[in-house]
Design a protein around this ligand. Structure first.
Ligand code: AMP
Length: 359
């Protein structure tokens, strides 16, 4: 295994808030970061040692970037396969290309999860109106149509309650490949942030419970209001997924829970640090960002226990203007992403509240 010691340089594809918080954690451990991002004024550029502004299809710039770093990672799962190829030909890429391939396509992801022995919602793939009709007969109602690729925050999705909704589906999915998924009557949504190091050590954080508003994460609370059995099962599932992928780094595994049955269904996996893991910055001994840097540099993983009861709230758009209120709250830890334009729905920052455990 290749260890990268403090003093080394980490390359990050993507310059958003996740890249920024990764770079801050890396700096704290003594690493330098080189951020590669097509957009000028990216939040991560403000805290990086070196930056490259170039497109993800610029082979020359990608090669130069990869050769300038000891290990490369990414903050988003839609890194094009060709980009990952060029980077991995010129440096270590962690997590590897397989994690990208599996998570970029909902069909591949579901097949991978089934092979790993992990339960997902029932699904059928479709391309045409006829195939959609046939899928609807198998999956039943309600169901959710989702494009196989590039869907996030509810985009590229359509709820199907009756056969009348099928016409709407094709207007959302267009001619792109898609799946029809059974609607899960869950009691709560949870996620597990899990880290696996290059040496194969695994650390799973306590389960977080997530509440979404308008399909965007609003609040994560830890501990989740789930049984001890669900808590343990969820961590086992996340560990299984990380091991099956021979994953290196931190990943988020999103799940639906049925309380009565203690049943867990995996919704999707994200091969990167995850919004529902931001609570770890103040609520755990090791933040998910530091853990990711430790994992990809093959350092020992840090402790993943919670320091107490934690609540994380995303600050979207104008919410960021309330920063004084959070700064005046002695129990709140405020994080600003350095973005200047608070467009509605844009992730501008977050706040963590930690109620320390007694003793
Ligand atoms: P996704 O883009 O797959 O993460 O879906 C976004 C949100 O839509 C999830 O967090 C759920 O709240 C909801 N959702 C997605 N798939 C299903 C499903 N099969 N059944 C019920 N709700 C779902």
């Amino acid at each position: 295994m290749t260890r990268i010691n403090p003093g080394g340089t980490i390359g990050i594809l993507g310059g958003g808030q996740l890249g920024r918080m990764l770079a801050l954690a890396a700096a704290n451990l003594g690493y330098r970061c080189h951020i590669y991002c097509p957009e000028e004024n990216s939040p991560a550029f403000q805290v990086a040692d070196k930056t490259t502004i170039a497109s993800y299809t610029n082979d020359v710039a990608l090669t130069e970037f990869a050769r300038s770093v000891d290990v490369a990672t990414y903050e988003f799962e839609n890194v094009p396969a060709q980009t990952a190829d060029i980077v991995s030909q010129n440096t270590l890429l962690r997590p590897g290309a397989r994690a990208l391939m599996v998570s970029q396509d909902r069909l591949t992801e579901k097949q991978f999860l089934a092979d790993a022995g992990v339960k997902t919602a029932p699904y059928q793939e479709f391309h045409t109106a006829e195939e959609l009709d046939a899928a609807f007969k198998v999956i039943g109602r309600p169901s959710v149509a989702k494009t196989r690729r590039f869907g996030y925050d509810g985009k590229g999705q359509q709820l199907v309650k009756t056969s009348k909704d099928l016409a709407k589906v094709l207007s959302v999915t267009g001619s792109t490949p898609a799946i029809l998924e059974g609607f899960v009557n869950f009691d709560r949504e949870i996620s597990v942030i899990v880290a696996r190091s290059a040496s194969g050590d695994v650390a799973a954080y306590p389960v977080g419970e997530n509440v979404h508003t308008n399909h965007i994460l609003d609040v994560t609370t830890v501990p989740a209001q789930v049984s001890d059995l669900v808590e343990a099962k969820a961590k086992v599932i996340a560990t299984k997924v990380a091991n099956a992928l021979e994953y290196v780094g931190v990943m988020g595994v999103e799940m639906f829970v049925n309380d009565d049955k203690n049943q867990i269904i995996v919704n999707e996996i994200a091969p990167r640090v995850h919004n529902s893991g931001h609570w770890t910055m103040d609520g755990a001994a090791t933040s998910q960002f530091e853990q990711h840097i430790r994992a990809i540099c093959d350092l020992p993983l840090g402790p993943a226990e919670a320091r107490g009861a934690v609540r994380m709230k995303n600050l979207l758009g104008d919410d960021i203007l309330d920063c004084e209120q959070y700064l005046a709250d002695p129990k709140a830890s405020f994080h600003h992403y350095g973005k200047s334009d608070p467009r509605p729905g844009r992730k501008m920052g977050h706040v963590n509240w930690v109620e320390p455990a007694e003793g």
